[in-house]
Design a protein around this ligand. Structure first.
Ligand code: KG4
Ligand code: ZN
Length: 336
């Protein structure tokens, strides 16, 4: 089964070709980061327009990379939600029209399901069941995953997502959008221990998170200190230490509470090196295994969408259907 995957939920246009026998054949991405940078964040209308410009050339690119023709496709998978409504509509309209022209089904995929299953595409895939930590720009969730389509929410953030906290901290420190990679790079040169920031909800005895207070603490700290580069690096380090401590503690607690032995980490923040080191060390101490997607598949991409569709429709594809909708807000546990 050959599936074209289309991701357009936010600021990346991702296209990929996945074959259920041969695996991932090709993937291509256009990131809009440079375009949104001067506004300090994603401008939804600009995002939609850019997806329109990129989606067809990228589709041609992956077909050429894989040496396949359009009429070899068995299905087109697209991100149905959650995400920016206009951006989602571009991918959905493209996928549905192409599928209609080819007489094949177009299948809508939950963006977080794509992230969550993406470690299964790696060289060392985890077996079910596992605990999944989804940490992206819009979500921070712990899920119990017992199989494809079987996702139970264990806990989530009460306010900001971890990625959002990275992005806001970056702004406070005068770094460019998107903040995650910038803060993480700066933190690497920071000295641990010079500043101590709160670890929100670390002792709350549940699997919920909160990051908005941490953002305020960073703001107050930054205002009270000189704005030199070394101080900014130390603040970035203190911020990252706090986020990593909380994420690691909650993951270990989720594994203990569920009696599961495997942890899967997905979403953009999962690319963070200090988070990976912290999770690996804690898991090794406590006898758990941790799995990550390949680094290039951590952030948004089309491969995870095509792959999720292939797993979901292993038993056979649905009938072609020309109606479509997108779901800007959509709970993953309801996607099963
Ligand atoms: O999964 P993703 O690409 O898009 C969403 O679905 O949101 O995640 C993007 C988020 C952004 O907030 C970005 O700042 C963060 O992931 N991020 C990172 C790193 N790389 C991306 N955060 C911390 N460290 C990183 N290395
Ligand atoms: Zn994402």
């Amino acid at each position: 089964m050959l599936i074209l995957g289309v991701e357009s939920s936010c600021d990346e246009t991702g296209l990929a070709l996945y074959d259920s026998d041969a695996g991932l054949l090709a993937h291509a991405l256009h990131s809009q980061v440079a375009m949104h940078q001067e506004y300090g964040g994603v401008v939804p209308e600009l995002a939609s327009r850019d997806h329109i410009r990129r989606v067809i050339p990228l589709a041609r690119e992956v077909l050429a990379q894989a040496g396949r023709e359009l009429n070899a496709l068995d299905a087109v998978a697209f991100t149905e939600g959650p995400g920016l409504a206009g951006a989602l509509l571009v991918g959905a309209a493209f996928a549905k029209s192409l599928a209609f022209a080819l007489g094949v089904p177009a299948v809508g995929i939950h963006h977080l399901e794509g992230h969550l299953l993406s470690p299964l595409l790696s060289k060392r895939p985890p077996a079910f069941p596992f605990v999944a930590l989804l940490v992206s720009g819009g979500h921070t969730q712990l899920m119990r995953v017992t199989g494809v389509g079987n996702y139970e929410l264990l806990g989530e953030t009460q306010d900001d997502a971890a990625g959002e906290a990275f992005d806001k901290t970056a702004k406070l420190l005068g770094l460019d959008y998107p903040g995650g990679p910038a803060v993480s790079k700066l933190a690497e040169s920071g000295r641990p221990g010079r500043f101590k920031l709160p670890r929100p909800m670390i002792g709350s005895n549940d699997l919920e998170f909160s990051f908005s207070g941490l953002k305020t603490a960073v703001m107050l700290l930054a205002r009270s200190q000189p704005g030199d580069a070394a101080t900014h690096a130390d603040i970035a380090r203190a911020f990252q230490d706090a986020v990593v401590d909380v994420l690691v503690a909650k993951c270990m607690s989720a594994l203990q509470r569920t009696s599961l032995e495997r942890l899967v980490v997905a979403g953009g923040v999962g690319a963070n090196r200090q988070l990976r080191a912290g999770l690996d060390a804690a898991a090794a101490r406590q006898g758990f295994e941790v799995f990550y997607p390949e680094l290039e598949l951590c952030t948004d991409n089309g491969a995870m969408i095509a792959f999720a569709a292939a797993l979901r429709w292993k038993g056979g594809l649905p009938k072609p259907d020309t109606t479509f909708s997108v779901r800007p807000r959509w709970e993953l546990s309801l996607a099963g």
